[in-house]
Structure formats: C-alpha cells, structure tokens
Design a binder for this molecule. Structure first.
Ligand SMILES: [Zn+2]
Ligand SMILES: [Zn+2]
Length: 342
C-alpha cells in the first residue's frame, strides 16, 4: 500500500483515511491553503494551519468544521504522523508532511521560495517522495526580485498620476491583492480597494497583520476623488462596468503569466507585471533538490515536461493529473482558459 494515492476524490492516505486538498466531498480533509482549487466546500472536517484558518472560515462559512494546527506541530492519525510546514505561497499556506514507519512523503500544495513578508517563509522538508506543483515549470519562467517589480509598479502609478489617470491594478483577492498592497508606496496617493479584496484584507487585519491603509470603493465616493490614486481589484472586476467611474484609467495585471507576451496581449490590459506567488523554474529545481526526494510527482502546469526533465537527471518522476489550477484561477477567477496559452 502506497503511503499516498491519487484518487478521483483527491490525494488520499489509506492508512490514515484522510485526503489532502480533495476536490470531491470527503469526511476528513487536510488543507494546504485557502485558494478555491485546494480548499473546497462541503467536507465533513477540515484541518489547516492556524494562520490559514480565518480566511478558509470566511470563504467556506461558519457551519464548516475547521480545526487548525501550528507549523511543525505533529498530529497522529491512525499511526500516521502529519505536520504542516511553511510553503511561502500565501499567509498560512503549508506543505503537508506525511510519515509512516520512517517513510516520508511531502505534498507541496502551491509554493514560492521568495519571502514576501506576508506568507510564512518557505521551508524545505526532507522526504523520500515529493508531490510538487509545476505551474511555472519551464526555464523561461524566471522571476526578477520583487523589489524591482514593485519599483516598476510604483513608477507606473506615479506616471499615471502625472497624467491625471487612475491606476487600476488587478490581483486575485486572496494573496496577490495583499502582496500588491504591501509593495505599493502609500506616499504616492490613496489606495482604494474593491469589496472582494477589502473583505479579505479585513480577515487578515483581524488576525493581527498590519496591512497598508486602504479605502473601500463605495457609491458615495465622488469620481473626482479617484484621480491620480490607485485601485486594487480582482481580475473578474476588470473590464466590467464597475470600472467606469475610474475613467480615465490605466489598467495592469500582476501575474507570472505576464512573462509571455501573448498572455499580456490577450488580457488587453495596458501593463503586465511579472509577479507570481508560485516558484519559478529555478525555485522549483531548488526546492526539489533540497527535499532530497528520490521520487517526484509533478502536478499542474508543465508537469509532463518537468517530470521528463527530472527523469533525465536521475530522479524518478511522473506526471499526475490533478484538479489544481496553479495560477490560472488567480489570473482570472471566472474564466480559467486565458492563462492556458503559454
Ligand atoms: Zn494557491
Ligand atoms: Zn493551486
């Protein structure tokens, strides 16, 4: 019996009878983080980290049975040891380590190596088998340091301000939006937020995280107040009638997919900033090396190409089909097709 199996319900541990990030309703779910493709509604019981819990609670509703655990804390289920370790993806995100009689597997969830000051810093975990995401598993995906990206974003905002325009910046409401917020320079002007973003901001502030000040966009705010200022909105709000009151504006999207010119063109935004909450090519390779894993399962993104790459390097690797979406759902909450082209 393998320690973990891939079933139609999700990643399953038969010995403990629990699932990790299942996509079908199950009795017991261990959850790596609050993004919709990992944290689905309707399981009987959930287990996540303390810092991931508030947003999962907010998104799934008060009636869900959600317990939480500290990073590194050990939980035994039917003799199998489980622990959660920082994945650096969004606040509270975890890799899940599973150990039974000396055999260790780690499920990465989504992760990134660069410390963004919001998510707990990624920690490599030694294991025999590593189930890794490969959202950006091609050598062309190489991120510049985030300081440089934020300098570009702030520069874009300043220029728009000089031209009397509003800056409309799009990022997924959980994770990317807060990361953008923390990278913005509030001395340039007021930072406004769409309701979907502000709701998540509030959940995160309530857990004691100090985010830059924001002002919720409401009907009562006169159009002239927005001039020269910046608005953070989820991708689904871009191009909708909601944006009308900001005109004239310049819009931009921040995503790893912006590395590809075609993706930028398709998005029809004025600007694309290459900023991702997922590891780039180098990050994936570093993380895998540091696990010391002799076997790797690659899920979502360039999983086929990436597992071939690992095979050539003497690591036993295979592609596994899952229903995780990588950054696709983060680029466009309503239409996942767009990011596919790259
Ligand atoms: Zn995610
Ligand atoms: Zn994901």
């Amino acid at each position: 019996m393998a320690l973990l199996e891939f079933r139609t319900e999700g990643i399953y541990c038969p010995r403990a009878d629990v699932y990790i990030d299942p996509w079908k309703r199950v009795p017991k779910a261990l959850i790596t983080h609050g993004h919709a493709d990992h944290s689905r509604w309707g399981h009987k019981a959930y287990l996540c980290t303390h810092s991931a819990k508030p947003v999962i609670r907010y998104r799934l509703g008060a009636e869900m049975r959600i317990s939480s655990i500290g990073f590194g804390e050990l939980k035994k289920i039917n003799g199998v040891s489980f622990s959660f370790h920082p994945a650096g993806h969004i606040l509270g995100s975890a890799q899940i380590r599973v150990e039974y009689k000396g055999e260790i597997w780690v499920v990465s969830g989504d992760y990134k190596i660069e410390d963004d000051g919001l998510a707990e810093t990624f920690e490599p975990v030694k294991c025999h088998t590593f189930i890794t995401e490969t959202t950006f598993g091609l050598p062309i995906y190489s991120w510049r340091p985030q300081e440089k990206i934020f300098a570009d974003i702030n520069q874009w905002w300043k220029k728009n301000k000089e031209e009397g325009k509003v800056s409309l910046l799009s990022g997924y409401s959980l994770g990317k939006a807060q990361r953008l917020l923390q990278g913005l320079d509030p001395s340039i002007g007021t930072i406004y937020t769409h309701g979907a973003v502000e709701n998540v901001n509030q959940v995160i502030r309530d857990q004691g995280v100090a985010l830059n000040p924001t002002t919720l966009v409401t009907e009562e705010i006169p159009k002239k107040d927005f001039k020269g200022n910046l608005v953070i909105a989820p991708p689904s709000a871009m191009g909708s009638s909601w944006t009308k009151k900001f005109s004239p504006f310049s819009d931009a999207i921040a995503s790893g997919w912006m590395m590809i010119r075609g993706a930028r063109r398709r998005r029809s935004a004025d600007r694309g900033f290459v900023l991702s909450d997922h590891a780039d090519w180098e990050g994936l390779n570093t993380a895998i090396r540091e696990t010391g894993a002799e076997r790797v399962y690659a899920t979502h993104g360039y999983s086929a190409i990436f597992s071939r790459w690992l095979n050539e390097r003497g690591i036993e690797a295979a592609e596994v089909k899952t229903q995780f979406e990588g950054e696709l759902q983060e680029i466009n909450e309503s239409n996942a097709e767009e990011g596919q082209e790259s």
